[in-house]
Write a protein that binds this ligand. Structure first.
Ligand code: SF4
Length: 392
């Protein structure tokens, strides 16, 4: 799948190539959390322990060349799978091995929170996203089962160009479909798709997403001045997929995307909040639940997850693995947990910048560090390292 040049390029960027078509790379938030600087937005929204998360892909190749993607255009693109198919056990074992090797340096780091680093040795979450189109790996269901048997939850992101793969995918913890534009013309401009029937493929993917019984999410990546329009059309597409959750995220002006888009195309967090307030008008079954300032993302969820006025968007991972192992049918409602922290702070990127400019960096507010409410038992291990509490 990879030419020697593409492989060398990726390894220079700290990817570890696994077999002939998979890759692992440490997520910045995994490092942040090991250093006691808080976790990613999926920790706040769903309870993913960022220090115990492995970011990977099972296919470095993609059928889109999205303008906002932080991948270089050296990465392979293809509509079909035309390569060797690596054994799922090889991918499973070697990915974990490469992931741990990438984290070993934290063992000797002064900065690292010892308890958080110790916990990172037990991978509990895999994010099948990183780059390319992981869902196209022909033996994905076997690999997913292997992760679940080892108590590793599975998040998978697809760009909605492979509907049959979505249809045939076995239950996973949370399945994401990207919806990158509200109309066919804009989708062509934003995603530069290879498939001539790209629009029909997205519509069919959303249709199959709506039939999934486990957790589903539609993600919008907002590029200011390009696809931040026609919110009623976005709502129509979202209702085709009828996901449990919606994530509206700002395009981030990073990596090779800087050659294709401008800094002005990156919305501020407060602009994402406004976008969501306008969008939810067209989505009566949804409500805004939470936000994550550093990632400029807002999460909406179906109102049914607000039980007696209390949001339940976190995942009960133990219950999920029990259900997945049972072989019996189960739904999103069967593995929900109370969300410790919800609501909009009213703060935005500008506030964050102001506090940074004024040199108040060392006295960051809780919001920015995204420490989840320490009373939740998931964060118990943090308590072991007293010095962390002092920092905050
Ligand atoms: S869930 Fe995603 S953002 Fe969070 S730690 Fe894992 S790879 Fe990183």
């Amino acid at each position: 799948m990879l030419t020697p040049a593409a492989r060398a390029e990726l390894e220079k960027q700290q990817y570890r190539i696994i077999g002939s078509h998979s890759a692992v790379k440490t997520c910045g938030w995994t490092k942040n959390m090991i250093n006691g600087q808080g976790g990613c937005y999926k920790l706040k929204f769903y309870g993913i322990m960022s220090n115990q998360c492995m970011q990977m892909t099972t296919s470095i190749s993609c059928a889109n060349r999205c303008t906002f993607c932080w991948r270089g255009y050296k990465a392979p693109v293809s509509k079909d799978w035309k390569w060797d198919v690596d054994d799922p056990e090889l991918i499973f074992k070697e990915s974990l091995c490469a992931h741990h090797k990438l984290l070993v340096g934290f063992g000797g780091s002064e900065k690292a929170n010892k308890a958080a680093y110790q916990k990172s040795k037990e991978v509990r979450h895999v994010a099948l996203s990183l780059t390319g189109e992981p869902i196209t790996y022909p033996r994905m269901n076997e690999l997913v089962e292997m992760f679940h048997q080892n108590k590793v939850s599975t998040f998978l992101v697809t760009n909605s160009q492979y509907p049959e793969h979505i249809k045939n995918l076995k239950p996973i913890t949370q399945l994401y479909c990207s919806v990158d534009a509200p109309t066919k013309e804009l989708l062509k401009e934003v995603d530069v798709p290879l498939f001539p029937d790209f629009w029909e493929r997205m519509i069919q993917s959303l249709e199959y997403l709506s039939r999934k019984k486990q957790r589903t999410c539609i993600r919008l990546t907002v590029i200011k001045g390009i696809n931040d329009v026609l919110l009623d059309k976005y709502a129509e597409l979202i209702m085709k997929g009828f996901p449990d959750f919606i994530e509206v995220k700002s395009y981030m002006h990073v990596g090779p995307s800087q050659q294709r888009l401008k800094r002005e195309n990156m919305p501020l967090h407060e602009e994402i909040v406004e976008f969501c307030k306008d969008l939810v008008i067209h989505l009566p079954e949804y409500e805004i639940v939470s936000e994550h300032l550093p990632s400029r993302v807002v999460m909406l969820a179906k109102k049914k997850f607000k039980k007696n006025g209390v949001w339940h968007t976190w995942i009960d991972f133990e219950k999920f693995h029990e259900l997945a192992a049972s072989g019996k049918e189960f739904t999103t409602d069967d593995y929900l947990k109370k969300t410790p922290q919800v609501g909009l702070s009213g703060k935005g990127t500008v506030d964050k910048r102001k506090s940074e400019v004024k040199g108040e960096q060392e006295v960051k507010t809780k919001e920015e560090n995204i420490f989840v409410d320490e009373k939740t038992d998931e964060m118990e291990f943090y308590g072991e390292a007293e010095e962390l509490v002092q920092i905050r």
